[in-house]
Design a protein around this ligand. Structure first.
Ligand code: NAD
Length: 289
């Protein structure tokens, strides 16, 4: 089976390499000269990459990139091609992309991921997938070659909807955990004491028990290495922006999600987009910087 892989950046590069490792023939394309992976065959254009493909996977920065790319490649596709978009994009853009694809008789799946660059490299990503049952059946073996789990979320756009709802909870909970560590310290608690209680009580959550924003209690969390690696604050800001846009369009008041987006916008302006999103605690406890 030939899979065209468009967007060979931090995520797409290792994902495409895992497809090759699992026996797929991969035709890759990325306009950036440095992008890619030495195991993936690079083609000279997106149209060239998709020409013989049975399926196309995209891993691009935004919904605009995905829609522009789809418009470019649609005329070059073989009949009945499967298009899987794993980028994180707006729900409305995902539905528009599926509409473009299905209008030409092809099959569309939106399948954003959780797991980051480590999950992409190790092939342990979780995919949140939206599309028709037939498209999802065809996409599943491709997705499982790049990840450990596929959760079927519903029709077109449902994967993106699940992703942004999940990440809105994550952004809000990281700020809540950070505030608790700031308040705990001011009240004379050690970080370890607060962790020992909260991690086994009703405050338990991923932001605390896996990605703990203070160094010490969870030795593998980015806080122990100057907040390097992990999930970049700039990407958290992007996802909170997508959640806010979707909430506005759906008429739902997500006040805490909005407050989290504003907090990350202020943080990224000062700290830059590159450090793990748990570094937001440094705005509350200056000495953790
Ligand atoms: P990246 O910037 O490293 O990679 C994107 C790549 O797409 C770039 O190399 C760019 O040159 C390429 N590109 C742009 N237009 C193209 C086109 N028309 N055809 C082919 N390639 C094109 O970004 P990334 O970190 O790999 O993220 C990709 C997507 O995955 C984003 O939507 C992001 O939100 C999402 N995501 C990222 C992470 C993460 O930890 N990095 C985690 C989950 C989801």
């Amino acid at each position: 089976m030939i899979v065209a892989f468009l967007g060979l950046g931090n995520m797409g590069g290792p994902m495409a390499a895992n497809l090759v490792a699992k026996g797929f023939q991969v035709h890759g394309y990325d306009p950036a000269p440095g992008a890619g992976h030495d195991r993936v065959r690079r083609m000279s254009s997106a149209a060239e990459a998709v020409r013989e493909a049975d399926a196309v996977v995209t891993m691009l920065p935004s919904g605009t990139h995905v829609l522009d790319c789809y418009r470019e490649i649609l005329p070059a596709l073989r009949p009945g091609t499967l298009l899987v978009d794993s980028s994180t994009i707006d729900v409305e853009d995902a539905r528009a992309a599926a509409g473009l694809v299905e209008a030409e008789g092809h099959l569309a799946v939106d399948a954003p991921v959780s797991g980051g660059v480590v999950g992409a490299t190790e092939g342990t990503l979780t995919f949140m997938a939206g599309g028709s049952a037939r498209a999802l059946d065809l996409a599943e073996p491709i997705l499982l070659a790049m990840g450990a789990r596929v959760v079927r979320c519903g029709g077109a756009g449902a994967g993106q909807a699940a992703k942004i709802c999940n990440n809105m909870v994550l952004g809000v909970s990281m700020i809540a955990v950070s505030e608790a560590f700031a308040l705990g310290r001011a009240l004379g608690l050690t970080d370890q004491a607060l962790f020992d209680v909260a991690a086994t009580s009703s405050a338990q959550c991923w932001a605390l028990t896996v990605n703990c924003p203070v160094p010490g209690p969870v030795p593998t969390s980015p806080a122990n290495r100057g907040y390097t690696g992990g999930f970049a604050s700039g990407l958290m800001l992007k996802d909170l922006g997508l959640a806010e846009a979707a909430a506005r369009a759906a008429g739902v008041d997500t006040a805490f999600g909005r407050a989290a987006r504003e907090a990350y916008a202020r943080f990224v302006e000062v700290d830059g987009p590159g450090r793990d999103f748990s570094a937001i605690i440094t705005t509350l406890r200056k000495d953790d910087a």
